[in-house]
Design a protein around this ligand. Structure first.
Ligand code: CA2
Length: 149
């Protein structure tokens, strides 16, 4: 069964507690549960993680080599700042999907640029928590043609 690493960046552990008009009412634990369930339905094993630390996210990306078949990443604010996450993702050989709950292009101009997009196979944004399921459907297509990272 293909293994998919879902990575979540800083402050996403606060989901469901503040700014529901932007990020929705689901907590990250809710999103993990629906992602794991959807993975089972479509035949993929989900490893769901969150960190507030850039270094830890990079360690996890590096650790995906040979261990995961695809990466879905919501880098949160690091989307707009992190050359280090870009460099780590460049070393990854498996499909990568960039994911955001909100539509970053309808928000402040500083959110319109992503360091991750150039190395992602595709970008899903603006669909709230449902975006995680859309990303799983999309990556399941991509991994069928690919080897591990
Ligand atoms: O829309 C997304 O998923 C973002 O990646 C979320 C990031 C933001 O910096 C990106 O531009 C877009 C922010 C995550 C912060 O999440 C919170 C959730 C609840 C309360 C406070 C922060």
């Amino acid at each position: 069964m293909p293994k998919i690493l879902i990575l979540n960046g800083p402050n996403l552990n606060l989901l469901g507690t503040r700014e529901p008009e932007i990020y929705g009412h689901d907590t990250l634990t809710d999103i993990e549960a629906t992602s794991v369930q959807h993975g089972k339905t479509i035949g993929m094993l989900i490893d769901f993680r969150q960190s507030n630390s850039e270094g830890e996210l990079i360690d996890w990306i590096q650790g995906a080599a040979g261990a995961a078949d695809g990466i879905i990443i919501n880098p949160a604010a690091y989307t707009h700042t992190s050359v280090a996450i870009l460099d780590a993702l460049k070393q990854v050989d498996c499909p990568i999907i960039e994911l955001h709950l909100s539509n970053i292009f309808s928000r402040e101009p500083f959110r319109h640029h992503s360091y991750v997009s150039p190395v992602a196979n595709g970008l899903i944004c603006g669909f709230g928590a449902h975006g995680y399921l859309l990303a799983l459907d999309a990556i399941s297509r991509l991994v069928s043609d690919k080897e591990e990272c």
